[in-house]
Design a protein around this ligand. Sequence first.
Ligand SMILES: C[S@@+](CC[C@H](N)C(=O)[O-])C[C@H]1O[C@@H](n2cnc3c(N)ncnc32)[C@H](O)[C@@H]1O
Length: 237
Amino acid sequence: MDHDVMRQALSLGRASWRRVRFELARRLRPAVEGRFQPYNHTLPDRYPWLFDFAAAALRDAASPRLLSFGCSHGEEAFSLRRRLPSAVIKGVDIDPANIAACLARSHRSNEARMGFEVGSSARNEPSDHYDAVFCLAVLCHGDLTVSRAQRSEPLMRFQDFERSVVDLARCLKPGGLLFLHTTNFRFCDIIAAEGFDVVLEARPSQMAPDVLFDREGRLMPGERYLPVGFRKRKPPA
Ligand SMILES: C[S@@+](CC[C@H](N)C(=O)[O-])C[C@H]1O[C@@H](n2cnc3c(N)ncnc32)[C@H](O)[C@@H]1O
């Protein structure tokens, strides 16, 4: 039993018990180096409005390259496949069990133009390569919202968020699309955002309730950030 947490629970009383329970669960869950969202939750066609937007934007590309970063069991990649049958789709996830599930599924459905790989960042992806990158419900930690954390650390650090997004941005072609949905930090707070234009905003009802933190990791109470789709600017001719 974690004695610090128990002492905290006794001194804070029943009202804070829920927060302490989550703290206990967090400390007992083995941490995986470099992992953001520790939960694998996904759904078939989880963001139809976002996938439809991407498919419409990419309809003229003969064989668009897509990256589903934090693909979990592959629902996101298969939702994209249904909309873009000629796309080449790669899924990356930090959890080898998730990738094993994706590989089994793509094997069952005889998918030649889909690949899945274990990875914790886009560091090794080629530059200027993808037409669209999807990073949905990955750069966040569910416990921050449930525990009503006032600070993002130690679960999430702005610097890690920024580093990951910069890697994702680098491997996008100029003119390519970056989709970030459900994050604990705002894309507009990273310097690289200056090279992107907002092309898609979610409706408030399409957003998860996850809380947002500033660059110093301080909670921004009540803050909602609706931009979710960004186009990488082409360099001037
Ligand atoms: C909540 S699921 C989201 C799945 C899918 N993108 C969706 O929105 O339905 C979060 C996924 O992100 C993965 N993940 C967390 N940190 C990661 C990292 N550093 N690199 C790659 N995947 C990561 C987790 O393993 C998990 O499968």
